[in-house]
Design a protein around this ligand. Structure first.
Ligand code: ATR
Length: 275
């Protein structure tokens, strides 16, 4: 059986083995997918060991996505833009890095939530790894504008500078702002901060939500609850990041197996399991 895994630290709660196991069942693919807890200083060693044991591909999660991109022999364009990778694949003896997080987010918003991105005004909150992973694919969806707002403005400005050429090519207005200088409202808000984890106040004012806006938290489960309740209380359509998790996995599965799994069905099943 072809061998795959997810590597991270911590890794105990990763849903990836279940998601990929279900994809494999539903598409009749013979594969084995497990989880590996990687000590913080042993990422490169563990990746090499996995592929020399015959591993075909692995997903990478916190905190190794940056190291994963740097370790590869070749990076996809979206992994280069993100500066991070969540998929490593061995192809003809070379380690290929890709990043399917942003494609998963866009698929979940447009395909599963049914919210169009093209021509719309987007607010992406945060400028850490999570935001960096999705900005390129969000630009490729053709919004009218993306405002990248972050507590530390310099980090937002750096991320905007790295994506300026793509934004110009797409005809999308891309700007960086501080969290508290936002004076307009948006069609789609995406929370890519870790503020929900600290149960802190919402990172932005409710006046940033247009009536009926989509308010999306890239986290899921209890970590997303505060943001989702806040959004609903202010008339927005709230959505957590569980669909992004399943869709980024589906993109990885497609890269590895050349087969598109039924992501919507697996998302519905996972929601029931986690309820
Ligand atoms: P990740 O890889 O998950 O994105 P990260 O790189 O540590 O994690 O980034 C966390 C993001 O959440 C950053 O944008 C951070 O803002 P700063 O760049 O100013 O540190 C943001 N963040 C964390 N806690 C926050 C809070 N309480 N309010 C607003 N933003 C917060």
């Amino acid at each position: 059986m072809d061998l795959y895994c997810v590597m991270g630290n911590p890794i105990k709660h990763s849903q990836s083995p279940w998601i990929h196991g279900r994809f494999a069942e539903l598409t009749a693919q013979a594969l084995h997918y497990d989880r590996r807890l990687v000590p913080l200083d042993r990422f490169a060693t563990e990746v090499k060991a996995f592929f020399s044991e015959g591993g075909h591909g692995c997903n990478i999660t916190v905190p190794f996505k940056f190291e994963a991109a740097a370790l590869a022999n070749h990076q996809s364009e979206r992994a280069t833009l993100a500066g991070a990778a969540n998929v490593l694949t061995l192809q003809n003896g070379k380690l290929m890095a890709d990043n399917t997080d942003g494609a998963g987010l866009v698929k979940d918003i447009q395909g599963n939530a049914g919210v169009r991105l093209s021509g719309r005004h987007l607010l992406l909150i945060g400028a850490g790894g999570a935001a960096a992973g999705v900005l390129g694919p969000l630009l490729l969806a053709g919004p009218a504008s993306i405002t990248l707002a972050n507590r530390t403005l310099a980090k937002a400005s750096a991320l905007v500078a790295r994506h300026a050429a793509l934004a110009a090519q797409q005809g999308t207005e891309l700007r960086a702002q501080g969290l508290h200088s936002l004076s307009t409202s948006f069609d789609v808000l995406i929370n890519a901060t870790t503020s929900s984890l600290t149960a802190g106040a919402m990172p932005v004012a409710a006046s940033t939500l247009k009536p009926g806006a989509l308010a999306y938290d890239m986290m899921y489960g209890s970590a997303a609850q505060g943001f989702m309740s806040w959004a609903q209380a202010h008339g927005a359509q709230a959505r957590d990041g569980l669909g992004m998790l399943v869709e980024q996995a589906a993109e990885a599965f497609m890269i590895w197996r050349g087969v598109r799994p039924p992501a919507q069905q697996v998302l519905a099943e996972l929601r029931l399991l986690m309820a």
